[in-house]
Design a protein around this ligand. Structure first.
Ligand SMILES: NC(=O)c1ccc[n+]([C@@H]2O[C@H](COP(=O)([O-])OP(=O)(O)OC[C@H]3O[C@@H](n4cnc5c(N)ncnc54)[C@H](O)[C@@H]3O)[C@@H](O)[C@H]2O)c1
Length: 405
């Protein structure tokens, strides 16, 4: 098929690459010139394991452009543009603008909204443009996005037009994933409900972690393991830590809560999950203060990892970046090491190695689960493990989320 992908960010670039590797002819459209030039030069502007290689291997099947007229003749065009939450509410301007540009460029392509949008968006886009719209939400995780796109747990296809549903079904047939064909609104809601549920799971275990820190003999890691072996619960997203961040969970939970309020319902569980998450940083700050002997005033705090999770360079919505601001307000001096983070922080030193970061700090915070942090051994200074990846027995002075010490 000839397939267009509009918006070459974390999702669009992977979608384009995977569909090109499935022997489609792909046109990737991006309006940010710097990003576009990076793709054209073979150096993707984002770090996602395997992305550069798969793009290079399939370069004869993929063309990058800012010119929407290149989409002419496409069978399917995916919209993978941002859907940020602004003042607690979803902002659909990028979806509307991209759909209008596509409408001017194509004759009868099926247009697929892959971006995360509130129920009713597909209908509204159809009303504004007359385009046939299919809702096909994305569930991949940054860091494992290529594999997730090639082998998703499920493919959700929402639309009223049967022919359009069949075309999108054919696009993803190579994944052999179970397919749910439903209404646009169900497809849109499935994505929000899934993200809100996963975020709630994280906040749930973080509340258990808070309690464990007060009860001698309790360790949230062991409790999560014991819970997760129950197939009804499952171990995923049951990891206590610094709270959920990233470009999805914070904005999607906020957007769903406000969408619900607009529709006369209060999502008390989701609103509580957001509240518990907001409180995580105070909790980690408290552990750091305790680890530093009561105060962080003029202390040097070394942070290992600032991305919102491991195996990405993405710092959007990173809890750690927020924590750094709080630490500086405490007059602590902050430095960090991260293998990939795309960030510069005013007044915060970036160490070239984890060893230097540890050496030059009074207290060390492990904040991201990068594999290279797992074998850390420090004997001469306090450590706070906010991700529970270290063995407490390897340290003289050790504090961790969800562990009574
Ligand atoms: N990042 C994730 O892990 C993830 C996972 C599932 C779903 N999603 C959803 O996918 C969507 C995209 O997320 P992302 O993280 O890839 O965003 P992103 O910000 O990384 O990328 C979006 C890209 O779209 C481009 N763009 C904006 N308007 C455009 C237009 N009119 N024409 C062409 N290009 C345009 C931007 O310049 C940017 O490069 C969002 O709705 C997000 O919620 C993201």
């Amino acid at each position: 098929m000839k397939i267009g992908v509009v918006g070459l960010g974390y999702i669009g670039s992977v979608t384009a690459a995977v569909l090109a590797s499935a022997r489609n002819k792909v046109v990737g459209i991006e309006i940010d010139k710097t990003r576009l030039d990076s793709f054209k030069s073979g150096e993707p502007p984002i770090y996602e394991p395997g992305l550069k290689e798969i793009l290079s291997k399939n370069k004869k099947n993929i063309k990058f452009s800012s010119d929407f007229s290149e989409l002419d003749g496409s069978d399917v065009v995916f919209l993978t543009v941002p859907t940020p939450t602004v003042n607690g509410k979803i902002d659909l301007q990028y979806i509307f603008s991209a759909a209008e540009s596509v409408q001017k460029a194509v004759t009868d392509a099926v247009v697929v909204i892959k971006s995360t949008v509130v129920p009713g968006t597909a209908k509204e886009v159809h009303k504004r443009t007359g385009l046939t719209i299919v809702s096909n939400p994305e569930f991949t995780r940054e860091g494992t996005a290529i594999e997730d796109t090639r082998r998703p747990n499920r493919v959700i296809i929402g639309a009223t037009d049967k022919k359009a549903v069949d075309i999108v079904d054919r696009v993803w047939a190579f994944t052999k994933a179970p397919v749910i064909k439903t209404t646009n609104e169900n497809a849109e809601m499935i994505k929000y409900a899934s993200n809100a549920f996963l975020a709630t799971k994280i906040s749930f275990i973080n509340e258990i972690a808070n309690l464990c820190e007060r009860i001698p003999g309790c360790d949230v890691e062991v409790i999560a393991k014991g819970m997760g072996l129950d197939q009804r619960i499952a171990p995923y997203f049951l990891k206590a830590g610094i709270g959920f961040g990233g470009s999805c969970f914070p904005k999607d939970t906020a957007a769903l809560a406000s969408f619900a309020r607009e529709n006369g319902e209060t999502m008390s569980i989701i609103e509580s999950a957001i509240k518990v998450n907001d409180e995580r940083l105070e909790r980690v700050l408290k552990l750091l203060k305790e680890g530093a002997g009561g105060s962080l005033v003029h202390k040097k705090v070394g942070i290992l990892g600032v991305t919102f999770k491991e195996n990405t360079d993405d710092v959007r919505g990173s809890q750690i970046v927020k924590l750094i601001k709080m630490l500086r307000a405490e007059t602590a001096t902050v430095g960090f090491y991260d293998p990939k983070a795309k960030i510069e922080l005013d007044g915060v030193y970036r160490f070239p190695t984890k060893e230097r970061c540890v050496e030059d700090s009074d207290i060390v915070l492990v904040a991201t689960e990068w594999p290279e942090f797992k074998n850390l051994k420090i004997t001469n200074k306090p450590v706070v493990d906010a991700k529970r990846i270290l063995n407490p027995r390897n340290f003289k002075s050790f504090k961790a989320v969800g562990l009574y010490t």
